[in-house]
Design a protein around this ligand. Structure first.
Ligand SMILES: [Zn+2]
Length: 147
């Protein structure tokens, strides 16, 4: 089992904060950082345990289109692997079918171990967030438990 971290890595937190700053009305129902107890026993070797993973809610209407993010984030050097709607992508193995939980409502992002502190923009294709929205996104609560 990967030991449970006390808090998520800054890079993982930045995914959710930046998404909210860019899309303040986005849905967050499937957002996640650290795992719940149930998730922990189901997936003992999840990158959520170490704080190096983030789940981002798929929201075409008011939020992030995770179909697009699944493609765009393949060129982000911080990404270890991505899972969304039955597909998994990693640099080593490319885009392929995923046999585990299909992730219908959120994009799972696993972050490389040496990139945990890198909070540079995760969504450069969406442009820049307004300063006021960045300030507001900072004070919004983050999800504590996932799954
Ligand atoms: Zn996940």
């Amino acid at each position: 089992m990967i030991p449970l971290a006390k808090s998520a890595q800054p890079a993982a937190i930045a995914v959710l904060r930046q998404a909210t700053a860019l899309k303040p009305k986005r849905k967050k129902a499937s957002d996640g950082l650290l795992p719940s107890k149930a998730h922990l026993s189901r997936s003992p070797n999840s990158d959520h345990n170490s704080g190096f993973a983030c789940d981002l809610t798929h929201d075409i209407t008011n939020g992030i289109d995770c179909r697009q993010a699944f493609i765009e984030l393949q060129s982000d050097p911080r990404v270890k692997y991505l899972i969304f709607q039955g597909r998994i992508w990693s640099k080593e193995k490319g885009d392929r079918e995923f046999g585990g939980y299909a992730h219908p409502h959120h994009l799972h992002i696993s972050i490389k171990e040496d990139c945990g502190k890198d909070t540079s923009p995760w969504f450069p294709w969406l442009g820049k967030a307004k300063v006021i929205n960045k300030v507001k996104a900072k004070v919004k609560p983050l999800p504590k438990k996932e799954g």
